[in-house]
Design a protein. Structure first.
Length: 171
């Protein structure tokens, strides 16, 4: 694989990094800040990253993103409640293929339902739909089997459907 410069790494992976950060932090501004910090690390480790295979680079970026976000949450000792979140811009929610034709009210309901999901399910949904990763890629990034990813996605869809219908399941 040819060496990649910072700009190409950023162009290829900035969206994935943002959505991974958003999945953990549940806040647009914090996710943007975390993304910037991840790419500062990319600059610091650029020589090492330039020659990595795509799967290795994706995995490295995902782990750094999640670790930075979790470290930040621990340091600040804060909890972000779903009703304190800023509205997700329509363009962000509409990256879901299924959401492209949804009206604003339905998009907002979907956004709220996503925030209600347990983190392991939300992470899987975010990586699949927002970062556009396949199940096998999600499995590698999260360190679980592909079967576990499929199971989490199935349970996430069930919970989202229940939440959207108003029959919220908790737990």
């Amino acid at each position: 694989m040819p060496a990649r410069d910072f700009e190409s790494i950023y162009a290829d992976y900035s969206r994935m990094v943002y959505w991974a950060a958003y999945g953990v932090l549940k806040n647009e501004n914090d996710a943007m800040d975390a993304s910037q910090n991840v790419f500062l690390r990319v600059m610091k480790h650029q020589k090492k990253l330039e020659t990595m295979e795509d799967a290795q680079l994706k995995s490295w970026l995902y782990r750094v993103t999640v670790n930075l976000c979790l470290d930040g949450k621990r340091k600040l000792k804060r909890e972000v409640l779903a009703d304190e979140l800023p509205e997700m811009p329509v363009s962000d929610v509409s990256v879901l293929p299924e959401a492209a034709a949804l009206d604003a009210e339905t998009r907002e309901a979907l956004h709220r339902a996503l925030q209600e999901l347990p983190e392991i399910y939300r992470e899987t949904v975010m990586l699949h739909f927002f970062s556009e990763l396949r199940y096998d890629e999600i499995a590698k990034l999260t360190g679980v089997s592909e079967g576990t990813v499929k199971s989490r996605m199935s349970r996430a869809k069930e919970r989202l459907l229940a939440l959207l219908k108003g029959g919220a399941q908790h737990g």
